[in-house]
Design a protein around this ligand. Structure first.
Ligand code: NAD
Ligand code: MLT
Length: 527
């Protein structure tokens, strides 16, 4: 394995990646996009902080890349869509720098409230300025917190130690969660109108870009102080600079900028600002934590495990994943089975019943898609891009949890609308961890889904199975297992034969010619 570590990610943190046969290259200088494109070709993993932009052209050039690790929270420097399309997992390290960013927010709030940078600079220039540098106290001031996730919550707890009154705006958390934090959850407008201090802790997305624009700033209480340790684009910097110059906003403390390095930000010219060069996560502790977290996630993934903290696929706790593993394996085979039974799949319905009803079935559904798509698309399909690729092909997926509607302890039923009509297959995991196909097109069977299988719908009358056996024997094909499912005697039936070798197209054709056989198919499943 070849692992490339950029952006000054702490060397000590990536120890987990130093394994026999794994080559870790820690690069200290900054690489341009062109340089990265020309060098990324044979790396299996890439670790970055926020400086390197992992763009779509970089991802396209990364022919061996399996995983990108972001030593930090924000993944806005990584083209997630391009990574997902290529089946590359993106993992981040969301917890390691929470305290550092929360403490930096408080440090900036205090510096802003008490004019600490101005006092320091003046004194160093020989001025003993006291009159102009009278500050304000935090006690009993209202702090508006935009985004009550990890950092927003940590800031709320610390602000309460200063006796501040906390308001929060976060559409994705409940009033109970906010209540437990001692934060009053309010609409955005109320928060803007009531806050004496406002601190931002949400991600930068298309919805949140310029959330604080000129209009929002105009709604704020005159004399408010704003702190931003989240992302630059959340505030319209030009509008903020304007409001600072008019004095409507009393001050701003900013760690993150629309363009970084922020050498031409309009905020640089404002007198009442405290600026730091994206130092929120820059503590010894945080940098070690994020490097360790991301390296461990990558090591686990490259060694065959499921990634922790993946941002472009569902993250499932290892103990839950262990429970799901036999169903994931069965689901992949059911998907592959369907793809080989019929083409032109437009809609899939995956029905879970029995013990599966209470499980987190997302990865099982994705595995059905993986098995199916591996048979029909050129792309490398994995659990990261299977949902995306299905959507791209216009396959609509529905999942149903049905309770105990049949005789199986657990059952995955997959129904596909195909060019050849409705095709169904169902499977169950028998004890101990033994997968079975238990139904094909409504006929009950008990087939081990492995190797070469012949699936032949036929009329249930004497002689047909014998003729199939004779043709197989003449072709030197040994039948290892055999199952017949029928609903009524003399009606329709399906036979499922497990064979020790593949059937030639001529043999399959000859079987299809047997009177009473209604279109036999050969299905090959992983052993
Ligand atoms: P988080 O995911 O734990 O929390 C983000 C919160 O924002 C969530 O609770 C979410 O519900 C909320 N949110 C999302 N959209 C929202 C919207 N439209 N309005 C209001 N709330 C919304 O993330 P976190 O770890 O707390 O990080 C917060 C931000 O801080 C991120 O942008 C991250 O990149 C940034 N960060 C910066 C530094 C730094 O060095 N300056 C360090 C760490 C994190
Ligand atoms: C983050 O999103 O984690 C931060 O911006 C910290 C960083 O990468 O320096």
């Amino acid at each position: 394995m070849k692992i490339l570590v950029l952006d000054g990610v702490k060397e000590a943190g990536v120890a987990a990646l130093r394994r026999p046969g794994w080559q870790v290259e820690v690069i200290s200088e900054r690489w341009s996009e062109a340089e990265l494109i020309s060098r990324i070709g044979d790396y299996d993993a890439l670790i970055v902080r926020s400086a390197t932009k992992v763009t779509a052209p970089v991802i396209e050039a990364a022919r061996s890349l399996k995983v990108i690790g972001r030593a930090g929270v924000g993944v806005d420097n990584i083209d997630l869509e391009a990574a997902t399309r290529r089946g590359i997992v993106v993992v981040n390290a969301p917890d390691g720098n929470t305290i550092a960013a929360a403490e930096h927010s408080l440090a900036l709030m205090l510096a802003l409230a008490r004019n600490i940078p101005q006092g320091d600079a003046g004194l160093k220039q020989g001025r003993w300025e006291r009159k102009h540098l009278v500050g304000v106290e935090l006690k009993q001031k209202t702090l508006g917190i935009l985004g009550l996730g990890r950092i927003g919550s940590a800031v709320a707890r610390r602000a309460q130690a200063f006796d501040m009154i906390c308001l929060g705006y976060d559409p994705y958390i409940s009033a109970e969660q906010a209540d437990r934090l001692g934060v009053e959850l309010v609409p955005l407008k109320t928060l803007l109108e009531r806050s004496d201090f406002l601190t931002i802790h949400m991600p930068l997305t298309n919805d949140t870009r310029h959330l604080l624009d000129a209009k929002a700033l105009a709604l704020m209480k005159p004399g408010v102080r704003i702190i931003n340790v989240a992302r630059g684009g959340l505030i319209d910097e030009a509008a903020l600079a304007e409001a600072l110059k008019t004095g409507r906003i009393a001050g701003a403390a900013v760690d993150v900028f629309e363009e970084e390095p922020a050498i031409s930000s309009p905020l640089l010219d404002c007198p009442n600002v405290v600026l730091t060069p994206h130092l929120g996560a820059s503590t010894e502790e945080a940098q070690l934590h994020v490097a360790v977290d991301v390296a461990e996630a990558i090591a686990n993934f490259l060694a065959g495990g499921l990634p922790n903290n993946a941002v472009n696929m569902a993250t499932i706790a290892p103990e839950i994943m262990e429970k799901l593993a036999p169903y994931v394996e069965l689901a992949e085979k059911l998907g592959s089975f369907l793809a080989q039974m019929a083409g032109g799949i437009g809609r899939l319905r995956v029905t879970y019943s029995g013990a599966l009803v209470d499980l987190q079935t997302g990865p099982i559904t994705t595995s059905v898609l993986k098995g199916l798509l591996e048979r029909i698309v050129d792309d490398h399909v994995n659990l990261v891009n299977a949902d995306y690729l299905a959507k791209r092909r216009g396959i609509k997926v529905e999942t149903v949890h049905r309770g105990n509607g049949d005789d199986y302890h657990n059952r995955i039923g997959v129904e596909a609308e195909t060019a050849e009509g409705l095709v169904t297959v169902a499977g169950s995991v028998f004890q101990p961890d033994s997968p079975r196909i238990v139904e094909i097109n409504g006929y009950r069977v008990d087939a081990v889904p492995t190797g070469h299988m012949l699936v032949a719908p036929h009329q249930d009358r004497p002689g047909i199975i014998g003729k199939v056996g004779t043709l197989m024997g003449q072709a030197g094909i040994n039948i290892a297992t055999m199952q017949v499912g029928r609903k009524t005697q003399g009606g329709q039936a399906v036979m499922v034969l497990g064979t020790d070798a593949p059937l030639s197209p001529d043999l399959l054709d000859a079987i299809c010619q047997i009177e009473g056989i209604q279109g036999a198919k050969q299905v090959v499943l992983a052993r």
